[in-house]
Design a protein around this ligand. Sequence first.
Ligand code: HEC
Length: 108
Amino acid sequence: MKITPLALTALLALGTTISYAAPASEIWTSQCAKCHGADGAGKTKIGAKLKLKDYTDATVQSAMSDEEISKAIKQGITVDGKEKMKAFSDIPDDDVKALTAYIRTFKK
Ligand code: HEC
C-alpha cells in the first residue's frame, strides 16, 4: 500500500485520539458539567429540567455503586424508552474508572 500524505495525516490524527487520556476532572468539565454541574450537584438549567441527582449528597452517593456509575457512563441512562443521558461509550475503561472515582469526590 502506498501511504499518501493525506492518509498519513488521517492515521496520525486517529492515533492521537486513541492514545489521548484526559484527566477525569477535564472530562467532567468538558462533557458532564453542563448537566451535572461543575460540583456534581446537578444545579444547572438542564439539571433542573432532567431532575438530576445531587452527587454532593451522601445519601445519593451511598445509593449508587461504582458498577452503576460506570454502567451509566458507558451505556447512558434511558427512562421509559427515552434517552436521558447518552452513552459515553468512547471513553476508555481506565477513564471511566477515574471518572467514577472523581464523582465520589463530590460527596460533602
Ligand atoms: C444531557 C445531560 C447529561 C450529560 C451531558 C451527562 N449526564 Fe449523567 N445523567 C443525566 C441524567 C438525566 C441522569 C439520570 C438522573 C440522575 O441520575 O441524576 C444521569 C445520571 C448519571 C449518573 C447516575 C447513575 C446512577 O446510578 O444514579 C452518573 C454516574 C452520571 N450521570 C455520570 C455522568 C458523567 C460521568 C458524564 C460525562 C461523561 C455525564 N453523566 C454526562 C444527564 C447527563
